[in-house]
Design a protein around this ligand. Structure first.
Ligand code: PLP
Length: 453
């Protein structure tokens, strides 16, 4: 009875539980998936779910893209694995780096590969710390991020992540500081305009820099749109307000584009959507359309030059992973970028955005939805017990989890994050599939609100 087809297909939209042993899977009624078809995933009993989450924000080309599978197969046949160190690397690795700089907002740059977004953030923190020492400023180590920002799970990335659960690990490490979450609807004061809220966040940044000393701060990491914190676009003018402050104090601005990068916000990069140029970009997820685990740090010209000078003056940056620049990952990424930019995926994001926004706005008319937010094809609905006072439901009601569970019953996968329900559909979705997504979500919301409201 251990055959996958005999497992019950009962979904729980539980939080992080990631143990995958058979007793855990059985006990929790985990949905065991066996294949995919466009934006649908199919479980061991043949049930289909429209995955409005693109896996974990990454499967932007859907689950059966023949071109990506062929790119992987061709590279496995040709040269199945290598690293990128000691004067050797694959042709695909070099070609992808050229392509990444070409599509980046930088006129020139340098690229460093990892296996994940978390490792890319940790790698960049180590680069900034390495630079501090190489440039005679070893005290330049503090990292600024925001409450609710999500940057990953490795030790530095978790320290950057502004989520309460990191206290369970005794994190953040000292020197990782979290500024106010830039969520106007929740954090804006009574009567405070959006512009005044932005100005307040900029003042806070100035104050933190003055208090800590600019010479002690190595970098400011921000997602253009906060993703796993609940899809929080910045308030109006946010990056235009903080960018010049950071520049004046010589603090690099890092755009964590792990979710936003490669089209999610309707431009190639989230920083393009919000009209700012960072000093470096962190990418992963859509970089390979989720067909290979891979992350990348892309340094802009200033950090690239300084890393070059540091490696000449001190030594080469002594850091890397066995699979850094893996040729199969790079071949897939080259194909994924081509598919997104040249085979209509980015165009489809732009074409679907009005329908997506209209669908969210319509559901937000419900008296138990406090606001909808989003940009491009990432969006969220915030559940509230009382719309006028923005009072959340009691946490113990687990409203967003119940909505996600109801969605799974209806054959739709979406993600509960705090009190919000998050949607992040694949770029290949059709209009009809988007209608299906909203119909199923609406039925689920109605069912759960009828139970709890
Ligand atoms: N940065 C952002 C913005 C993310 O959303 C994520 C993952 O969701 C990460 C970093 C971490 O990436 P990974 O899960 O590949 O380590």
């Amino acid at each position: 009875d251990t055959a996958p087809t005999s497992w019950p297909a009962r979904a729980e939209a539980s939080s992080f539980f990631g143990f995958t042993d058979l007793p855990s899977v059985r006990e929790r009624g985990t949905v065991v998936l066996t294949r995919g078809e466009g934006p649908y995933v199919i479980d061991s009993e043949g049930r289909r779910y429209l995955d409005a989450n693109s896996g974990l924000w990454n499967m932007v080309a859907g689950f059966d893209h023949a071109g990506l599978a062929q790119a992987a197969k061709a590279q496995y046949d040709r040269f199945p694995g290598y690293h990128s160190f000691f004067g050797r690397m694959s042709d695909q690795t070099v070609m992808l780096s050229e392509k990444l700089v070409e599509v980046s907002p930088f006129p020139r740059g340098r690229v460093f590969y990892t296996n994940s977004g978390s490792e890319a953030n940790d790698t960049l923190v180590k680069m900034l710390w390495f630079l501090g020492r190489a440039e005679g400023a070893p005290e330049r180590r503090k990292i600024l991020t925001r409450v609710n920002g999500y940057h990953g799970v490795t030790v530095a990335a978790a320290s950057m992540t502004g989520k309460p659960y990191n206290a369970l690990f005794g994190l953040p490490l000292p020197g990782f500081l979290h500024l106010t979450c830039p969520h106007y609807w929740r954090e804006g004061g009574p009567g405070e305009s959006e512009a005044a809220f932005t100005a307040r966040l900029a003042d806070e940044l100035e104050e933190v820099i003055a208090r800590e000393g600019a010479e002690t701060i190595a970098g400011f990491f921000a997602e253009p749109v906060i993703g796993a914190g609940g899809v929080i676009p910045p308030p109006e003018g946010y990056f235009q307000a903080i960018g010049p402050i950071l520049k004046r104090h010589g603090i690099p601005l890092i755009s964590d584009e792990v979710i936003c990068g490669f089209g999610r916000t309707g431009e190639v990069w989230g920083c393009e959507s919000y009209d700012f140029t960072p000093d470096a970009i962190v990418a992963s997820k859509a970089l390979t359309a989720g067909y290979f685990p891979m992350g990348a740090v892309i340094l802009g010209p200033d950090l690239a030059d300084r890393m070059q000078a540091a490696s000449e003056a001190v030594e080469e940056f002594p850091h890397g992973f066995t699979a850094s620049g893996h040729p199969v990952g790079c071949a897939i990424a080259l194909k994924a970028i081509d598919v997104i930019l040249n085979e209509g995926l980015l165009d489809n994001v732009r074409a679907l955005t009005p329908q997506f926004e209209a669908g969210l706005a319509r559901l937000a008319e419900h008296r138990n939805i406090g606001e909808w937010r989003g940009r491009g094809l990432m969006g969220a609905l915030e559940a509230v017990a009382d719309k006028a006072t923005k009072t959340p439901f009691p946490a113990e009601l687990s409203v967003s989890e119940r909505v996600a569970n109801a969605c799974t019953d209806h054959g739709l996968i979406c993600r509960p994050l705090g009190q919000s329900i998050v949607l992040c559909p694949p770029f290949i979705m059709t209009e009809a599939q988007m209608d299906e997504m909203f119909e199923k979500l609406e039925a689920s919301l109605e069912r759960v609100f009828a139970e709890v409201a």
